[in-house]
Design a protein around this ligand. Structure first.
Ligand SMILES: NC(=O)C1=CN([C@@H]2O[C@H](COP(=O)(O)OP(=O)(O)OC[C@H]3O[C@@H](n4cnc5c(N)ncnc54)[C@H](O)[C@@H]3O)[C@@H](O)[C@H]2O)C=CC1
Ligand SMILES: O=C(O)C1=NCCCC1
Length: 314
């Protein structure tokens, strides 16, 4: 087996190598290629999930092959329904890059930073394409890892006048808001947090709806990141039915998303179709981007990390 220990790329290294300014364009290209459904561009099946019943979790296996770019990659990610108060992480991920010609492992790298950053970057791409041009108020529901990466990229890429956060515990919301800076408001209820917001990010571990369409301002954009199982929800039927629904993958949406399957909402387009110009971006309407997370996003991110890591090592 051709493999050397030098090809282990640790979390702190991924963290110092990955920058949103470089990651976002790579992800836009990858999503566009994915939506072309050209097997020489991207082969990426819906992830396989193995239930870890004893531990209330799943192992997700997320392979992707990009023939034209010579990228062969898989992510292994475990995700768990943690009990309230648990300090354990919801997800733990490892990414493996292989040589497509020989099948040897080129690099094994931390997948937690990649998962945090690529998910947030894809939500930022959805907002760039779908939020109203004069968006002023950003709300984040949830205060965990994804909440932080979403705050980081949304404030790096856009200039919101107001940022609000909500968590089931007011103390947690306040602590999170304070850790981000004095300009962030901790809200008591979801309704208070989202009324009048132009962009709403849902990054909770909830399995039942937390966000109701009756509180969402017409024309707002919702990036819905949690609820990645067919019987889990973050958004209610009212919102799903009143919004134009965009997804990362149509196949994944009808297999994995409780918000789509249980509401019966119609998928209007993939984000890659909007990037490719084959479907319109309805900025003027209420929009939901249902994110589930794709192997192609991990592959593009991991290749970027590897290229930068190699050029530093030389
Ligand atoms: N779409 C994608 O590509 C990805 C989605 N995810 C999903 O994003 C969500 C957030 O992930 P992380 O930030 O890593 O998790 P985390 O555990 O760090 O944070 C979860 C947040 O949800 C809150 N929460 C837990 N149960 C809740 C409930 N019943 N109602 C409201 N809030 C609740 C927690 O207090 C915490 O603020 C998870 O559902 C995860 O599965 C994670 C990675 C990628
Ligand atoms: O895409 C991912 O990575 C994940 N998506 C859903 C939840 C676990 C991780």
């Amino acid at each position: 087996m051709f493999f050397s220990l030098h090809s282990l790329i640790w979390e702190h290294e991924v963290c110092s190598l990955l920058k949103y300014g470089e990651l976002i364009p790579r992800l836009e290209t990858a999503l566009g290629k994915f939506s072309n459904r050209d097997s020489a561009e991207v082969i990426q099946p819906v992830r396989t999930t193995v239930p870890l019943q004893k531990h209330s979790g799943f192992l997700g296996v997320m392979p992707c092959y990009m023939e034209n770019e010579g990228i062969l990659c898989t992510k292994l990610v475990c995700f768990y329904k943690r009990p309230t108060g648990s300090t354990l992480p919801s997800t733990q991920a490892t990414v493996m890059l292989l040589d497509p010609e020989y099948g040897n492992v080129k690099a094994i790298m931390d997948g937690d930073v990649i998962t945090g950053m690529r998910t947030a970057a894809v939500s930022a791409i959805s907002a760039k394409l779908l939020m109203c041009p004069d968006a002023e108020i950003l709300t984040i529901l949830g205060t965990g890892k994804q909440a932080l990466s979403h705050y980081n990229v949304f404030t790096e890429v856009f200039s919101f006048k107001e940022v609000r956060v909500w968590s089931r515990s007011k103390d947690k919301a306040e602590a999170f808001a304070q850790s981000l800076g004095h300009h962030v408001t901790a809200c008591e209820s979801v309704e208070e947090a989202v009324r009048g917001a132009d962009v709403i990010v849902t990054v909770t571990r909830s399995t039942v709806p937390v966000l109701s369409g009756q509180w969402v301002k017409p024309g707002a954009h919702v990036a819905a990141v949690g609820a990645c199982r067919p019987d889990w929800r973050e958004l209610d039927d009212t919102l799903m039915k009143q919004a134009v629904v965009y997804v990362d993958s149509r196949e994944a949406a009808v297999t994995e998303s409780g918000d789509i399957i249980l509401s019966g909402a119609e998928v209007f387009a993939e984000m890659g179709e909007v990037i490719n110009g084959t479907k319109p971006a309805h900025r003027e309407k209420t929009t939901v981007f249902k994110s589930l997370g794709l192997g192609v996003e991990d592959a593009a991110s991991a290749q970027l990390v590897f290229d930068k890591w190699k050029s530093k090592a030389m």
